[in-house]
Write a protein that binds this ligand. Structure first.
Ligand SMILES: [Zn+2]
Ligand SMILES: [Zn+2]
Length: 389
């Protein structure tokens, strides 16, 4: 059989009526000057018929064994990347071929040309081989994405609590150059990079880093589940702070230390003075009650002598109040954290909105760096400090 002589690594695997499917490898020569030619050795595959070069998994389906019209060529993704912009050339050549063998020879010559012409392809042949080897070690299910140059990878792995974490890797030009990594962690991802540049080693270090932050994520995740987190909207894995609703117009911003997630977080209260001052006092006088074996939420509830409104007994809209002047929540970096001290009002405002409003009213009086005026909502007295800038 002609095809078998020229392409010994491609075998007919399925015959169905007059249709036939070939499956196997397309072997192409790689120029001697290419880096991949030095490192490529197929002897370990035990296939004496293949010479040194590059091989690609392909599958050819013919609706009729003797007719190459309607031929369908499927190939592995490395070859797909290489051929991605050359489908016209291939279909053009298919028209001029009389049988499968001549067509496959055309494909082979196109691929050899492409490998030799494109500098990027030359290195990517070697690079792709390396990444394939690394992924065999890491596990293919952990590969989310890889670009055509095989230099940029997105890897994913699951932690003990089934949270999915991603690691974006930008490989350096040389194996020995440490890659640039982007990871959503509450601290810096520091890693050792060996001269051989194994991505699998990097992944192991990433997985070890995830283990170190388990306790932190468990702690903040329970805050996210049991309270109304007003900010951030959707906390990332790196987010150490949460602003938690206490009552309409009052909230506490906690900042958890990722290395000591069960210790008392830094707390900052936002709201009307007469509401938050007693809370600050309770926090200070009950500080000895903090128990590292309890959750953050129950510790805070004990110290503040409150119970946090939670998704089981309230709606988030009750707490995320907009500014009473501009009716928005975010204004640049500002949130409405200036709150009317009147207990029946408690309307929050952006500091800058309230400042502009009060400055424009002739009835307001300034003394040193404080303006005295009336709440735009309830007309009770309200004061505001001049902006520091
Ligand atoms: Zn505003
Ligand atoms: Zn008011």
């Amino acid at each position: 059989m002609d095809t078998l002589v020229s392409f010994p690594c491609l075998l007919p695997v399925q015959v169905l009526g007059s249709a036939i499917v070939y499956d196997g490898y397309l072997h192409v020569r790689v120029g001697a000057f290419l880096p991949s030619a030095k490192s490529t050795n197929f002897s370990h595959l035990g296939n004496g018929q293949c010479h040194s070069g590059e091989e690609y998994r392909i599958r050819v389906s013919l609706p009729e064994a003797d007719n190459i019209e309607g031929l369908q060529l499927d190939c592995e993704w490395r070859l797909q990347c290489l051929l991605s912009e050359h489908h016209d050339v291939l279909s053009q050549r298919l028209k001029h071929c009389k049988d499968l063998t001549s067509y496959l020879k055309e494909v082979k010559s196109v691929v050899e040309c492409l490998i030799e012409q494109t500098p990027a392809s030359q290195s990517s042949v070697a690079q792709s081989r390396k990444i394939v080897e690394e992924m065999e070690k890491i596990g293919w299910e952990k590969l989310v994405n890889v670009d055509a140059s095989f230099q940029n990878l997105t890897l994913q792995c699951e932690d003990a609590a089934h949270r999915q974490h991603r690691l974006i890797v930008h490989l350096g030009a040389q194996d020995s150059t440490p890659p640039q990594c982007v990871a959503d962690l509450p601290g810096k991802f520091s890693f050792q990079w060996s001269a051989k540049g194994h991505v699998s080693d990097l992944m192991k270090q990433f997985e070890a880093a995830l283990v170190r932050y388990q306790q932190f994520w468990d702690a903040v995740e329970s805050v996210d589940q049991k309270t109304w987190v007003l900010e951030p909207d959707t906390p990332s894995f790196s987010a150490c702070s949460r602003r938690i609703a206490l009552s309409p117009g009052t909230s506490v911003q906690i900042t958890v230390d990722p290395r000591h997630p069960t210790s008392m977080p830094e707390c900052r209260f936002l709201g009307a003075d007469q509401v938050i001052n007693p809370l600050k006092d309770k926090l200070n006088s009950n500080i000895h009650l903090w128990d590292n074996s309890s959750s953050l939420v129950s510790n805070l509830e004990t110290l503040l002598e409150v119970s946090f409104p939670s998704p089981t007994n309230s709606k988030k809209e009750d707490f995320s109040l907009e500014c009473g002047i501009c009716y928005s929540y975010r204004l640049g970096d500002e949130i409405p954290d200036k709150v009317c001290d009147d207990t029946h009002c408690g309307q929050p405002f952006h500091h800058s909105c309230l400042y502009e409003w009060m400055r424009s009213l002739p009835s307001c009086q300034q003394s040193f760096n404080t303006i005295f005026g009336e709440c735009p909502f309830c007309t009770k007295p309200i004061t505001i400090k001049l902006p520091t800038k």
